[in-house]
Design a protein around this ligand. Sequence first.
Ligand code: ZN
Length: 159
Amino acid sequence: MVKKDAVVSLSYTLKNAEGQELDKSSPDQPFAYLHGNHQIVPGLENALEGMLVGDKKEVTVPPAEGYGEFVEGLQMDIERSNFPQDVEIQPGMQFSAEVGGDNRVFTVTGLEGEKVQVDGNHPLAGQTLHFNVEVVEIRDATQEELQHGHVHGPGGHHH
Ligand code: ZN
C-alpha cells in the first residue's frame, strides 16, 4: 500500500485543462519517488495515499495543490548590474533567490538593454493538472534512501 516512506513507482501522464499532454513517465522506466517526502505535488501525493499495486486513478489537482497560483508580481525586471559581471545572462538561465522568506527558482525570460526580465513562477503555476496514474510497484525504502530523502536505483536519483 502507498504510505509514508514507501518507494512508489508510477506510470503516469500529465495533461493540462485543455487536454494537452505536458509530461509522462518513460514507457520502459516508471517514475520512482519516496512517498510522503514532498517530492511530488501535494495534490497528487495525497491522492496516491493508500493505493495498491495495479491501481489506476485519474487525479485533478488545482493550482494551490500543484505548482501554485500564478503570481504576476514574480515577473520582474532586474538591473543587469545585480548579476555577476562575469556571467553571460541568457534567456532560459535559472537562479534561485529568496522572496518573502521563500526560496524560489527564477528563470530569465528576456533581456532589454540593461534590464533582465525574470519570472519566479513555476512553468506550470496557475494550471489545473490532470494526472492519469497507475501504481506499478511499491517497496520499502532502504535506510540509506530514508537518510538521503530520495530514491536510489532505477527510476530514482543517480549518484
Ligand atoms: Zn542519495
